[in-house]
Design a protein around this ligand. Sequence first.
Ligand code: HEM
Ligand SMILES: *[C@@H]1O[C@H](CO)[C@@H](O)[C@H](O)[C@H]1NC(C)=O
Ligand SMILES: *[C@@H]1O[C@H](CO)[C@@H](O)[C@H](O)[C@H]1NC(C)=O
Length: 340
Amino acid sequence: MGMMMNLLPVFSLLLNLVLILCAKVMPRGMSSNSEGYGGGFSGGVDLNESVCPEAEPIIFSWVQKAVMDDSRMAASLLRLHFHDCFGCDASVLLDDTENFVGEKTAAPNLNSLRGFEIIDAIKAELESVCPQTVSCADILATAARDSVVLSGGPSWDVQMGRRDSLSASKTVANNNIPGPNSTVPMLLAKFQNLGLGLRDMVALSGAHTMGKARCSTFSARLQGSSENPNGPFTPLDFIESLQQLCSGSDSSATLAHLDLVTPATFDNQYYVNLISGEGLLPSDQVLVTGDDRTRKIVEAYAEDLFFFFDDFKNSMIKMGSIGIGTGTDSEIRTNCRTIN
Ligand code: HEM
Ligand SMILES: *[C@@H]1O[C@H](CO)[C@@H](O)[C@H](O)[C@H]1NC(C)=O
Ligand SMILES: *[C@@H]1O[C@H](CO)[C@@H](O)[C@H](O)[C@H]1NC(C)=O
């Protein structure tokens, strides 16, 4: 078991190389497609290779190094792309300026988002190899895909051609990013705002098969509050071990694995955990306790890894095309933290 888990990233790496090679010989349009929301892409599915053939390998090798140093970085980079995709325009990467308060200090992001330095490093190398060619938003989308692949998950073609915003809004981030105490109707409303449906929502929540969360985000799981989604079957020892973890003096910095069984592997264990009542966030556990439709999807993913992988990659492609092609008020940044 331990042996297999160690080998998984190696297998994924090989698989990814094969996929990259296949993508090169496949005519454009034959690789996976997406329905696209809020604009869509004008060009082909891959990075414009005649412009910067080095981009995908450069991004992959930076992500690979980062994940080898810190396996949680895969989760952090995946989440960074999600939090950018209320319009995938790299607005999440902008530092505050005199003219606007950016998204980094919004409640869901502050002291929580990670990986900005990795994106900076990728951008710096891409600017030296292919100046003004690869947007920060495209780097985020590609790094998210590579993070999933390196953690043992599925691969997909990342559509390129996103452009970077000229501004950012803390208010928009606060209003759009769902909170961990959300009920199913609240979650669904936020996803529907983006053109994503119930099944996308359950599939994308499967990202919580890796990474960590602070005690403050799942405190409702430890209490008997009205928001507590604990079903009658939530194991007492699970709740007790979380109470124990979060009882320390500095619980604001204490982290729990989102998937307690395989915390750094991209698999369907998250859904198996939900069925046994061991989802970490209230917004995770409600997918089983709060709605029959979401529970049926959870059960299907828990039973069939490849059904989940297929849905996840399709939903990631949809999510990655939100708010694309807004045109004139955009650019390709040379530094992801500031506008040109
Ligand atoms: C369904 C609504 C969602 C809610 C309410 C939610 C909420 C959260 C919260 C509260 C955390 C912990 C943050 C912290 O304590 O610092 C977290 C972590 C994470 N989320 Fe979500 N999330 C949702 C959907 C998603 C989606 C769609 C993705 C990606 C496709 C995603 C990827 C992640 C990852 C990978 C982590 C771990 C990050 C790390 O360890 O650095 N989440 N999420
Ligand atoms: C790719 O780059 C070439 C050369 O700059 C350009 O003519 C072409 O329109 C680009 N294709 C896409 C899909 O952006
Ligand atoms: C979730 O609800 C609990 C009360 O049930 C509250 O203590 C906690 O602060 C809430 N967490 C967030 C992140 O809103």
